[in-house]
Design a protein around this ligand. Structure first.
Ligand code: GLN
Length: 241
């Protein structure tokens, strides 16, 4: 009897080591090359980065797709454990969630249809500009164009996803989109759009966890260090950029 109890205990301890903990990773999969869906799979730099972190930290991942502005509320409500969504580290966001070490630097870019001849001066005063709700592109346009009285508020159109913004740009419903420069470059390479200007913001991306989730954040940060040291990070950059 005692022997059975002993073996059961050993088995339980072993199971705790062998079975990885599953964490839920929220993303907004409309942001190539960082996160997008291909053949029904979550792919992109951030998705692979999370998969590499998970291997090192003995975690299982479950990805969920949502609008970008739902990610922080979902983290705070405990519906997701991590947000991996090319999210810029900002002071406002830092007050409500915790960020990993920075893993990417970007600017904002302005994209227009490939055959457009609208200049930035015209766009920023009378253009119809699309942004994704709650992104740093939205914040920049709100503060610097609408807030300074340059662009009428009604000319700034906020979208849940870039898929919708892009189709409105291609249909001629809006004149430009302001978005992160790596994604603007990717859209310009694969869609009939071009980059007409860059706003240097030097923003940095971090992986996001619920405020105070130090255990998970420590695992993510140590894994990031290992990925940089082992050259795995460079490999992922090569794969997607
Ligand atoms: N980096 C931008 C931000 O954090 C946009 C991110 C995104 O749209 N996925 O606001």
């Amino acid at each position: 009897m005692r022997l059975i109890r002993f073996f059961t205990l050993c088995l339980l301890i072993l199971a705790a080591f062998v079975f990885a903990k599953t964490i839920t990773v929220g993303t907004s999969a409309d942001f190539p090359p960082f996160e997008y869906i291909e053949n029904g799979q979550f792919v992109g730099f951030d998705m692979d980065l999370m998969r590499e972190i998970a291997k090192l930290a003995n975690l299982e991942l479950k990805f969920v797709d949502m609008s970008f502005d739902s990610l922080i509320p979902a983290l705070r409500a405990g519906q997701i454990d991590v947000a991996a969504a090319a999210m810029t580290i900002t002071d406002e966001r830092r007050q409500v969630v915790d960020f990993s070490k920075p893993y990417w630097t970007a600017d904002q870019s302005i994209i227009v249809k490939a055959d457009s001849d609208l200049t930035i001066t015209v766009l920023f005063q009378k253009g119809k500009i699309g942004v994704q709700t709650g992104t740093t592109g939205d914040l920049w346009c709100t503060d610097n164009l609408v807030g300074k009285g340059l662009l009428p508020e009604k000319n700034l159109k906020r979208y849940d996803t870039f898929v919708l913004a892009l189709s409105d740009l291609l249909n001629g419903n809006i004149d430009a989109i302001v978005l992160d420069s790596p994604v603007g470059n990717r859209f310009a390479a694969v869609k009939p759009v071009k980059v007409v200007g860059v706003i240097v913001t030097g923003e940095q991306y971090g992986i996001v966890v619920k405020k105070g989730n130090k255990e998970l954040l420590d695992k993510i940060n140590s894994a990031l260090e290992v990925l940089i040291e082992t050259g795995k990070m460079a490999e992922l950059i090569d794969k997607y950029f």
